[in-house]
Design a protein around this ligand. Sequence first.
Ligand SMILES: *Cc1c(COP(=O)(O)O)cnc(C)c1O
Length: 387
Amino acid sequence: MSGRPLLNRRLDGLGTTIFAEMSALAVATGAINLGQGFPDTDGPEAIREAAVRALRDGRGNQYPPGMGVPELRTAIVDHQRRFYGLDFDPDTEVLVTAGATEAIAAAMLALLEPGDEVIAFEPFYDSYAASIAMAGGVRVPLTLRAPDFRPDLDALRAAVTPRTRLLLLNSPHNPTGMVLTRDELTAIAELAVERDLLVVTDEVYEHLVFDGEHIPLISLPGMSDRTVSISSAGKTFSFTGWKVGWVTGSAELVAAVRTTKQFLTYVASGPFQYAVAEALALPGAYYDDFREDLREKRDLLAAGLRDAGFQVHAPQGTYFITTDIAALAPDLDALTFCRALPHQAGVVAVPNSVFHDHPSAGRTQVRFAFCKRKTVLAEASERLRRL
Ligand SMILES: *Cc1c(COP(=O)(O)O)cnc(C)c1O
């Protein structure tokens, strides 16, 4: 073997995710895992049964169509009309993917030339850096700062260069819980039009907004031909293991993303696609109850964290709370704190610093997930109070 490193240099520093380390710690110590963001109860029983039925009836057990099964594409179109008044053609403007993760990767691989710059909010969702890197792009972070994590729109404007190809936007934003306002989205849309940028929007928490509202950027003037809108069933229906995601956008953009997607997985999640079609058609009460349940859980954990001495940055959306540990542990950075927490308190959280290119920005920020049963959140709060 030559002395050459095995992993290509584009992926330097992207070896393992923090979730692997922290989830292993949770298992080793028996700690409550509020690190990784997945629910500890499954979504609606009727939807689980729909998946069983599809599997038994032989729907989706063989390769489904490359664009996704027609029932699901139609359900996605209906959902976009019902919630946002948007119209898409199910045959050309919708693409089903293996979760939002594949949609993001396929979009980066399809739309970037090596050296193209991608502006994204930091802290980033952890697949962004890798997807941009695999496509040969260069990420340009725009730091969201505590306490309210609003994007600095002047800094955004200043970050655009002749090499900027696209903006990768996440709202509601993981991990900070920031939800872009209509004014902010309007300013971003105007900038995208003025500088002729593409925008990829990650909207997987679209139904988890507690304060404010979710507005798809693609609905704003000038954006329909330059936005790749991405969402997924995992978070909305509490079936994160099914990996059913989707892209909506102009026929040209969807065709571009399909070109790379077809050589990544081609298709995925056959029977689950039929179940997600039924899930999307659930009545408004499902969506309202889901959001209100998570709102109560947010408030429960926020109160517990405050009692334990954390500074809480209450999220407007998502199912994460970002806290600051500066007052609680003045000498510790977030990573050191999170490595010790399972031993000291029997709770796992993740440091936001690892989601930054500039770790100093998130040095004392720690993220907790509240998509867990209330008894679990109460027990975690009790344990943290003993810190
Ligand atoms: C969970 C998550 C995803 C991944 O969604 P999948 O459908 O599971 O691939 C993408 N973006 C953000 C911000 C997330 O939190």
